[in-house]
Write a protein that binds this ligand. Structure first.
Ligand code: PRP
Length: 223
């Protein structure tokens, strides 16, 4: 880390569903930059006055930037974080982006028990989480890694089932799929590089505390 890097806090933000909510939340505690937008062609956006750099990255890459110290902190879904297996500090559950991971199958081809699906193909963006889940049920499966539109798997006969996230359930319904097993809940997390946490403790700790207060106030307002 150069002395120049030491002056800045670098934050990795994921493109996609979590981007807007993450940027809005950080702005409320003063972490913002002019032209911070996921549409920007510039991939690093700097606030010189406040010494903040934002990296806008593909969702699945956020934990990698943080583990290797290219970013000090990041915001990412617990599902993607777990799947990455990256070794980072998880500082805060930010509460938004709530969804759950599950296994779903084609309604018409439902088998009686979960274990009846042993040795079949499962399409997923989350092969590590899926494997852990099926191992815990004593099931061996064939994993097919897809990068999006997972629901296509059973529809086109690529796989018997899927392991994917569900938010509203609309995608499952519209594709005639049915959830048959719950795996885990997920929300957005604030994550931190282990070395940065020590070297930039004061700033990172202040940011975490400010976010905690903000979330607690929002929670109180709801009640
Ligand atoms: C996710 C997920 C489902 C959908 C679930 O996909 O993979 O397809 O959202 O949301 P719902 O329950 O509200 O319908 P995403 O939009 O991230 O795109 P992807 O399929 O290309 O990964």
């Amino acid at each position: 880390m150069t002395s120049n890097d030491m002056e800045y806090i670098t934050i990795a933000l994921p493109k996609g569903k979590l981007f807007g909510l993450s940027a809005d939340l950080l702005a409320k505690v003063g972490y913002t930059a002019e032209d911070l937008s996921e549409k920007s062609r510039r991939l690093v956006i700097v606030n010189e006055e406040k010494k903040i750099k934002f990296i806008i990255s593909k969702t699945a890459d956020v934990p990698t930037y943080v583990e290797y110290g290219a970013a000090d902190i990041g915001i990412i879904g617990k599902d993607v974080l777990m799947e990455s297996g990256m070794d980072v500090y998880e500082l805060l559950d930010l509460g938004f982006g709530r969804c759950h991971l599950m296994m779903a199958v084609n309604k018409q081809h439902r088998r009686e028990k979960l274990t009846d699906y042993a040795h079949t193909r499962v399409a997923t963006k989350f092969p590590h989480i899926a494997e852990k889940f099926f191992n815990s049920k004593g099931m061996q499966m064939e994993y097919i890694k897809l990068n999006g539109s997972i629901e296509l798997g059973p529809i086109v006969g690529l796989s018997e089932s899927i392991v994917d996230i569900v938010e509203t359930g609309t995608t499952l319904r519209e594709n005639n799929l049915e959830e048959i097993a719950y795996i885990m809940d997920a929300t957005a997390r604030l994550i931190c590089n282990r070395v940065s946490f020590k070297l930039k403790f004061d700033r990172i700790n202040q940011l975490t505390e400010d976010l905690k207060q903000l979330l607690a106030a929002a929670e109180e307002e709801k009640q």
